[in-house]
Design a protein. Structure first.
Length: 291
């Protein structure tokens, strides 16, 4: 059986079209957001920015091949051509620009390819060991960048958010459930990152409720916001009710965040235990009284 070797064929336009098609397939990312239908994010051609590392190759003119980093003013400096503004261009647009400049002064029918070796940085903030900015070198996903940032701290919430610039200039927010990603192995949540993405892992806030009256250990109870706490769980943590408790006349006093007034919720613990009523989720600052 003969092995086939791929060789360049056709003119520059044909090869550019083939490479563009391959690039499209490579950067197309499908992200599944928990609790929602599958979302196909818009594919945006990457635009060159400061600190990007570019590999520029001129076919049959090795002396013009260069690997250059984009300066802070958005320019690069090349042999023969000098200083050239490149910030904001795609790799394909820069190829056309260089072809035009070389053809105008030095080479008949130049063939130029531009490969972006290092992309712009992304940011990761919140409950990680080393929050900050990190460069993307090749395809990078969520788990890889979290590892580079020193992993998640014990205070990490159950969800993270990826903020991304959309094709229309609007910000897109992708929500990823960390438990499903890290513990349940749902690899389709391991989002492939794009330059300028901002990843935020919120700190899981500690919340407090207060329980008084006919329970064995009255006082304050603390819990993580992501874990939630129900009335039945709170009473259990307080040692359960005493023999004198009126379990059908429990009240929950809650602050009304909108009007500022307090809300009183009546609860029948007997009905909750017997599955006749749903358990009640408590909120930060709730005061539970067991008469």
């Amino acid at each position: 059986m003969k092995s086939e070797i791929w060789r360049p064929c056709g003119n520059v336009g044909t090869r550019t079209a083939i490479l563009s098609a391959l690039m499209f397939l490579f950067v197309s990312v499908q992200v599944i957001i928990p609790g929602q239908q599958e979302t196909q994010l818009p594919v945006v051609d990457y635009r060159i920015g400061t600190r990007d590392l570019l590999q520029i190759t001129v076919f049959e003119h090795a002396e013009l091949n260069q690997t250059v980093r984009v300066a802070e003013d958005g320019s690069i400096t090349l042999v023969l051509l000098g200083k050239i503004a490149v910030s904001g261009l795609t790799a394909q647009e820069l190829e056309k620009k260089l072809v035009g400049l070389l053809k105008e002064k030095y080479i008949n029918d130049p063939q130029v390819t531009v490969f972006i070796q290092e992309y712009q940085r992304i940011s990761i903030l919140g409950a990680v060991g080393n929050p900050g900015q990190y460069e993307i070198v090749g395809p990078t996903n969520l788990l890889q960048i979290i590892s580079q940032a020193g992993g998640m701290t014990t205070e990490a919430s159950n969800e993270l958010y990826v903020y991304r610039d959309g094709a229309d200039g609007q910000k897109t927010r992708i929500v990823v459930n960390l438990k499903e990603l890290t513990l349940e192995g749902m690899h389709d949540l391991n989002v492939t990152l794009q330059p300028k993405d901002v990843i935020y892992i919120p700190v899981d806030q500690t919340q407090t409720v207060f329980i008084y009256g006919e329970v064995r250990n009255p006082g304050a109870l603390q819990f993580k916001a992501s874990k939630k706490l129900t009335l039945l769980q709170a009473i259990a943590q307080a040692g359960g009710t005493t023999q004198w408790a009126a379990r059908s006349k429990i009240t929950i006093t809650r602050k009304n965040t909108q009007g500022g007034n307090e809300i009183r919720i009546l609860a029948n613990l007997k009905s909750i235990i017997n599955n006749k009523r749903s358990d009640i989720l408590l909120e930060d600052g709730d005061v539970v009284i067991v008469p």
